[in-house]
Design a binder for this molecule. Structure first.
Ligand SMILES: Cc1cc2nc3c(=O)[nH]c(=O)nc-3n(C[C@H](O)[C@H](O)[C@H](O)COP(=O)(O)O)c2cc1C
Length: 338
């Protein structure tokens, strides 16, 4: 088995069966909504549908980037895609590096076969791969092979540096992104993987021809902790544990990204667990939210459990809109915060 594919299966196993939370707060819990006991609204008027990257979603929510490649990942991806399609949500694929290294693995990412109605599919690759010879043209092919609507470049310096086999040379990544983005052929995003985007980094990234940014802030899945499990007994395991909460909390990161990215897409993610978290992310300026870790466990349990979890989040969001007297998610940005 190729190292990339083996690593991805190890990650799945750890994320499903070990404690991987960052142990820090997202900051979203500090967002206070004013309850309106007199909403002057019919609950049926509350409408979650939102456009993201020009695609109409039935709610401002995406299943975050997780997996692809191995047969196990393919099964999980198919479940995630079917649930997303059924609820009219977006979905992001995990890193497509494995299929770039071995095109036979493409089937493990081809979720449109399982879910032809999926309204939005976002591809994924590590930005640092651009320094390892991956070209814009190759990425364009990888995007076409899975019929993705957009491509997200992930930035994960902490995780790479904790991996024994990690790609740690981030020198020149910004210039490589600037050269690659126009060649990909679909709108491009950048994202972290759980340590968030700071104000300075958001401003820097805003200079790139990106369609938007996803925060993946601190407060949810910690990749330092995931790598600590893989490195059990080593100094890296201790360091990873101690840095599990490292990064920019999600709430803060959303505010920085919104300021830096103006009217471009901002996806709030990292520790989004409930409809209330989604509402708080929107109130702070995100256009949509994404959830990763907990949906993997739900998908592993069953498609029905996955649907139940997602439906609860959507219902909760609708209830919050109703109780704040808002008809549409975008209205949460105005005057809801206490
Ligand atoms: C099993 C698993 C695999 C992941 N793989 C990727 C990946 O390949 N590319 C990526 O950009 N992010 C990846 N992530 C990070 C998520 O997209 C997300 O940014 C992060 O987990 C924080 O969100 P959460 O707290 O909702 O899990 C992965 C997350 C999980 C749980």
């Amino acid at each position: 088995m190729r190292p990339t594919r083996r690593r991805k299966d190890e990650h799945l196993e750890i994320c499903l069966h070990r404690a991987i939370g960052s142990g820090v707060a997202t900051g979203l819990e500090a967002v206070r909504f004013g309850h309106g006991a007199l909403p002057e609204l019919d609950f049926d008027e509350v409408e979650l549908s939102t456009k993201v990257l020009g695609r109409r979603l039935r709610a401002p929510l995406l299943i975050g980037a997780m997996t692809g490649g191995s047969p196990r990942a393919a099964r999980l991806n198919a479940r995630l895609a079917r649930a997303a399609a059924r609820l009219g949500l977006g979905m992001a694929l995990g890193s497509q590096r494995a299929m770039l290294e071995d095109p036979r693995l493409t089937a493990g990412y081809a979720v449109r076969e399982a879910a032809p109605d999926l309204p939005l599919l976002v591809g994924n690759i590590g930005a640092v791969q651009l320094r390892r010879g991956v070209t814009g043209a190759q990425l364009a092919r990888a995007v076409r092979a899975v019929r993705a609507d957009a491509l997200a470049f992930h930035l994960n310096p902490l995780q790479e540096a904790l991996q024994p086999e990690g790609d740690t040379c981030f020198r020149g990544v910004f210039a490589a992104l600037r050269a690659a983005i126009p060649r990909v052929g679909v709108p491009c995003l950048v994202k972290e993987t759980g340590a968030g985007i700071s104000r300075v980094t958001a401003r820097q990234l805003a200079r790139l021809p990106l369609a938007g940014i996803e925060t993946a802030g601190a407060g949810g899945t910690s990749w330092a902790r995931v790598e600590a499990h893989r490195a059990a007994g080593t100094a890296a395991a201790l360091a990873g544990e101690r840095l599990a909460g490292w990064g920019v909390p999600t709430a803060e990161s959303i505010v920085h990204c919104r300021r830096a990215f103006g009217r471009r897409l901002v996806i709030g993610s990292g520790g989004i667990r409930t409809g209330r978290d989604v509402a708080a992310a929107l109130a702070l300026g995100a256009d949509a939210a994404a959830i990763a870790g907990p949906l993997l466990a739900a998908a592993e349990a069953s498609e029905r459990e996955l649907l139940r979890q997602l439906e609860a989040i959507l219902l909760e969001l609708r209830l919050i809109l109703f109780c704040t007297g808002r008809r549409r998610p975008a209205e949460l940005r105005r005057g809801v915060l206490r």
